[in-house]
Ligand binder design. Structure first.
Ligand SMILES: [Zn+2]
Length: 118
C-alpha cells in the first residue's frame, strides 16, 4: 500500500473529512484512552486533512500532559481523530481508522505502540 485519499466521518456524519494516509503505518496503542476507545490509528500532517462538513460540531477532550486534542463529535460522541504537534513542529492528525469509509480494519496489521509506558 501507499498513501491514498480516504473519506471518513463520525457516526452521525455531522463531521466528515477527506485525508491522505498510508495504512501500512497503522498502529494500535495500549495507553489509557486507546484501551477504552479501541481505535486503530494512522497519522498525517494536518494539512493533508480537509473537512467536508462539521468542523463546528467538534468538541475537544484532553488529559494528562494535554499535548493531544481528542476531537469528538458533540452530537454522536465519536472520536474520529486526535491532533497535536509532531516533534519536528508539524501540526499532525491521528485518524481513527474505524471512522474511514470502506476500510476493513481486520485486514490491517497495525503495530503496537506502547503508549502506556510513555
Ligand atoms: Zn457525529
Amino acid at each position: 500500500m501507499s498513501t491514498q485519499t480516504y473519506t471518513g466521518s463520525c457516526h452521525c456524519r455531522a463531521v466528515a473529512f477527506t485525508v491522505d494516509l498510508d495504512l501500512d503505518q497503522a498502529l494500535r496503542c495500549n495507553c489509557s484512552i486507546c484501551t477504552k476507545l479501541g481505535a486503530v490509528w494512522a497519522f498525517a500532517p494536518k494539512a493533508r486533512m480537509t473537512f467536508t462538513s462539521g468542523a463546528d460540531a467538534l468538541d475537544d477532550y484532553q488529559f494528562g500532559q494535554k499535548r493531544l486534542h481528542h476531537r469528538f463529535c458533540r452530537h454522536c460522541g465519536i472520536e474520529s481523530f486526535a491532533e497535536g504537534v509532531a516533534p519536528d513542529g508539524t501540526p499532525t492528525v491521528g485518524i481513527n481508522l474505524r471512522c474511514l469509509d470502506g476500510v476493513e480494519i481486520e485486514k490491517l496489521t497495525p503495530r503496537l505502540h506502547d503508549g502506556r509506558s510513555l
